[in-house]
Design a protein around this ligand. Structure first.
Ligand code: SIN
Ligand code: FE
Length: 295
């Protein structure tokens, strides 16, 4: 991959082990500045007897992700026999453990507050599939979850390309969050009074949406549905080869995933207060822009 100012590359080759404090500080500063930490020498190892699990057919018909919850051991969307599901679960547990170890070692400032979210396997080729615009991650967007209100908490995601055939994962990364939000956020109307209560009451959301969650979801949806924004927005191409790892705050980094298959992903959540520079968070940027508290 050609060097890009959007990437902060680190020569780490091991998931566990001590990382010099100066490297940790630089990694945190880069992440909070909206860059992607790129670890070109860190591969997630797939054992020879696991290679059949990388086949897209492992995913239940029509589903792009297999999602796993380390807290409950629940795995969703696996096709095939129960032994495949058990083997895939073991692979995802290992990935979740290694990812968490890496996050703890590389981002020690976050360690005490870091929450482990879901783990996913994305076996299906992104290019050439049909998606509704709102579900089309090939369109530039920031991540926001319709059913999981975050009340300002950050979304940190770690990805590993494990494609067995050399396929790179092609991303585009857009403009800084504050520029993007400056264009779209002032046009967002507040949520209907009582809607957050109603959504929580009917279990559509896990807990009540804050004004922050409403604005972030609207930013996600409006960016994806705005054909003019999608055509004209500034962007850079990035390509992540197999055998590499990258991580970023996907609630802040405008991103689009254009092609690739066989990626693993680990989600983490982080309270804004745990950041070195809370002012860089979408919560604080939006509060400043809209001149009101959002949680
Ligand atoms: C996304 O979060 O938009 C998808 C990223 C990917 O699967 O590469
Ligand atoms: Fe996304």
């Amino acid at each position: 991959m050609t060097p890009s100012p959007l990437l902060h590359s680190l020569p780490l080759a091991r998931w566990a082990g001590p990382v010099p404090a100066s490297t940790c500080d630089r990694a945190i500063a880069a992440l909070e500045a909206g860059k992607i930490l790129f670890l070109p020498q860190l591969a997630f190892a797939i054992a020879p007897d696991e290679s059949d699990l990388l086949d897209p057919a492992v995913s239940a018909a029509g589903r792009k992700n297999i999602s796993f919850d380390t807290a409950t051991g629940e795995i969703g969307n696996v096709a095939g026999n129960p032994s495949d599901a058990a083997r895939l679960k073991a692979l995802l547990v290992r990935f979740a453990e290694q990812s968490t170890g890496l996050a703890h070692g590389l981002l020690p400032r976050y360690r005490a507050a870091l929450e482990i979210g879901r783990t996913s396997f994305r076996p299906v080729e992104i290019a050439g599939r049909e998606y509704s615009p709102r579900h089309d991650d090939r369109r530039l967007h920031v991540d926001a979850f319709p059913s999981r209100p975050l009340r300002g908490k950050r979304i940190l995601r770690l990805f590993a390309n494990v494609a067995p055939d050399g396929a790179e994962r092609a991303w585009q990364v857009g403009e800084p969050f504050a520029h993007f939000a400056g264009k779209l956020a002032p046009k967002i109307a507040p949520a209907f009074p009582g809607s957050a209560w109603l959504l929580a009451q009917s279990c559509i959301t896990k807990g009540r949406r804050s004004a922050y969650d409403h604005v972030m979801l609207q930013l996600h949806n409006r960016a994806k549905l705005d054909d003019r924004y999608q055509r004209g927005a500034p962007r850079s191409d990035l390509r992540f080869p197999p055998g590499t790892v990258w991580l970023c705050f996907t609630d802040q980094v405008l991103h689009a995933a254009l092609s690739g298959h066989a990626a693993l992903e680990q989600t983490f959540y982080l309270p804004v207060e745990a950041l070195a520079e809370p002012a860089t968070s979408p919560l604080r940027v939006l509060e400043k822009l809209l001149d009101r508290p959002l949680v």
